[in-house]
Design a protein around this ligand. Sequence first.
Ligand code: FMN
Length: 465
Amino acid sequence: MNIIVLNGSPKGEMSVTMQYVRYLESAFPQHAFTQLHIAQRGRALERDHEAFSAVIEQIRQADVVLWAFPLYYMLVHGNYKRFIEMIWERDVTSAFKHKYTASLSTSIHYYDHTAHTYIQAISDDLGMHYTGAYSAEMRDLFEEDKRDALVAFATRLLDATERHTQTAPRFASLHPRSFDYIPAETISPVATRGKKVIILTDAEPHQANLNHMVARLQRAFGDGAETINLHNVDIKGGCLGCLHCGYDNECAYEGKDEFIDMHRQRLQTADILIFAGAIRDRYLSATWKTFFDRSFFKTHTPGFVGKQIGWIVSGPLSQIQNLYEILEAWTQLERANLLGIVTDEFGDATAIDGLLDDLAARSVRYALEGTVAPQTFLAIGGTKIFRDSVWGSLRTVFRADHLAYKRMGTYDFPQRDLRTRALNALTGVLLQIPAIRNVFVSRIKEGMVQPYRKLLDKLQTQAAE
Ligand SMILES: Cc1cc2nc3c(=O)[nH]c(=O)nc-3n(C[C@H](O)[C@H](O)[C@H](O)COP(=O)(O)O)c2cc1C
């Protein structure tokens, strides 16, 4: 069979992911694999219409299409995202329709599920037969059982293709509502009280609702907010994946375009950041994706600690829970406070005005109070993956993270907690005695609540004094 591999790594052949593909090539010598380096070709593929058509023709002739990509900021690389957008923009979806497909990624398993969910949704939207995902930790290829699992994944894809097995879509089509948001003229602006507010958007002139929401929010801040449009920032290209930044957060693009200065001097010095974009397929635009990818010069260290972050999204966000999760998780992982996400999906113009005004008012109030809501599993789990990786296998490359994690107390392993370790050792022995275990179990509930009662009593006494 003729298998087209759509390579999502900006490193082309020098990609870890492509080593997994090479392994599959050797495991299935009876099939022909062709790697197309989509993300590496980036904007060239966009400019060169003939080259784009040649890629699409190869896909049209293929029996199988394999999406093979590294994880980039919880999704795929911005250039890969742009390629996906062009499939619809240039009306070539028919080349993908009814093809059997699957997704293969390499990563450190940090939000790998959101990337695969995205690709599965895209495959469903293209009318493809999606047979499954294989998410490899970068070094899995060195383990025999993982190689066997990889072969089993590919076997399922190839078998399904040969036998034309049924596959079921997982995602219903999106139904954006048709609604023109026209904000009211009247407004009672909030005073920014010395807090620096930046609205960052990729709004294009034809995106009326997004532009109106941004303008309304700008007015809600009494024009105390600066709006930056990503299209007006000189961004020479997407992340190269070169890891130049790992040692000291210096990006290979340093001094070559405006991205890093914008990030460091304008975004990182703001107190309140509002990000505004429109849904494009199952995510925001590729421009937004490139924004995230390029922020990787901060590597795995949060850059917006303690800031107030809000989102404005035009389009059917409630139908894309995957994107909602990404936005929420990213904000939490930055250790920022998520103010909320305002969309134009529900309610009339008055309701949307109200939501935007409230976003502005709360952002200033929380910025003054220094409010940051507790993280959930989204960030707590993610941080632990980073912590373990930077402590271990990533430390040599990501020295800057290692130093930052030491400084920020991210290395919170309980290694030196000798008291707990001694207690665990003792109770481990004692609880093997049934009589002691029975008494212990009968007192668990009481024992759990007791310290809280003590604390509340103490706080009450303090408050009364
Ligand atoms: C800018 C950037 C963003 C990344 N984002 C993620 C991520 O969100 N989750 C993850 O697990 N790994 C992430 N990684 C790690 C890569 O996915 C991983 O190293 C992958 O194996 C690289 O594959 P490649 O050599 O094929 O490009 C990121 C790496 C870079 C450079």
